[in-house]
Design a protein around this ligand. Sequence first.
Ligand code: COA
Length: 372
Amino acid sequence: MNGCVIRGTAWHAPETSISNAELVASYNAYVARWNAINADRIAAGELQALLPSSEDFIKSASGIEHRRVLDKAGVLDPDRLRPHFPRRPKEQASVQAEFGLKAVEKLLDKTGYDPKDIDGLIFACSAPQRYFPAVGIEIQAAIGMGGWAYDMQMACASALFALQQAKGMIDSGAADAILIVDPEIMTGINDHRKRDVHFIFGDCASAMLVERADRGPGGWRVIGTRNETRFSNALRSDFGFLNPAERAGGEPYEPGLEQDGHRVFKDVIPFAAGVSRALIDTHGVTPAQVRRMWLHQANIRIIEMVAKRVLERERTEDNAPAILKTYGNTSSSSVVMTFDLNSADMAAGEKGVMCAFGAGYGCGAALVEKRA
Ligand code: COA
């Protein structure tokens, strides 16, 4: 086995931020208009009035205070509540490839890597902008890489499912260096008309470069990975190419994101903690030997409870840092961002666990050790 090392990570979040106050004001304006338009049917008992959202609820239930977004005006427009990305001609970079490239360029800059020395690119995120050609191939072409690229999806666990694939290829000798890119435009997937989900997500792109351990010192040795899936409808998006075929007439159909937040909350805590514990047990590592967990930034209470179960001690900003207050849940990119922002202080030989979980359900975990 060649051994696999994380050479570097990088991320790019849009400059523009939306506060809870701004988000709630636009949501409540939408609710007031909807209730006014439907007043007669609500009075007749045919429809239920929509309830307003609240800043206090969002902060206490999720820990999120701001989220970075690519198009603030569209998301906050009560008549729209979604970003606006005007359709681009084929000759122009697609929105998601362009977004991913910003993280990739930072990573190439940081690591000094020549794209020609990278064998493959895995574009791993909750949803690609189109089915084909793969968005990853567009990024591959833009940076002048040879080799191959493909797109894969495993919702918020995508980056760590991709890491397991990359590690397998590197260990077996099928590739020497692989780039993983996770451009998450979650404001495009989320349904901002739903009170219980409108505040959760933000946009961010992350990138991670993994390579053979013998290419040089430094970086993070990937000791092991563990991926598990369990089917659940508690977090679901039915958006897809069969949507038009599902309708007899020409009526529009726009399936949004659906979530039973309470169910997700209850299910993912034991799932993520169990996968992480099984991973460290397999490699003979005790909770006390894990200096830090970099967790998917879904919800502050989930972070606290998963960290406590795995580490067998109270969560602190040192042993399981949280960045969701500022960025929201940025799906698969969040675990890479959390790692990137909170790993430079660790000493050679110290170990940590990355763990990401989400729709599917899918959970991916990686046990890593800082190298000298
Ligand atoms: N503003 C004000 N009140 C709201 C609200 C909002 N935006 N959304 C829901 N509420 C209300 C509910 O109607 C409910 O009222 P009731 O008690 O009168 O029925 C109350 O708040 C509690 O709702 P509940 O859904 O039980 O809240 P919760 O404590 O479970 O928190 C989530 C909701 C979504 C924050 C939480 O369940 C969660 O984070 N789940 C995991 C979601 C997640 O991480 N998804 C991504 C995984 S990758």
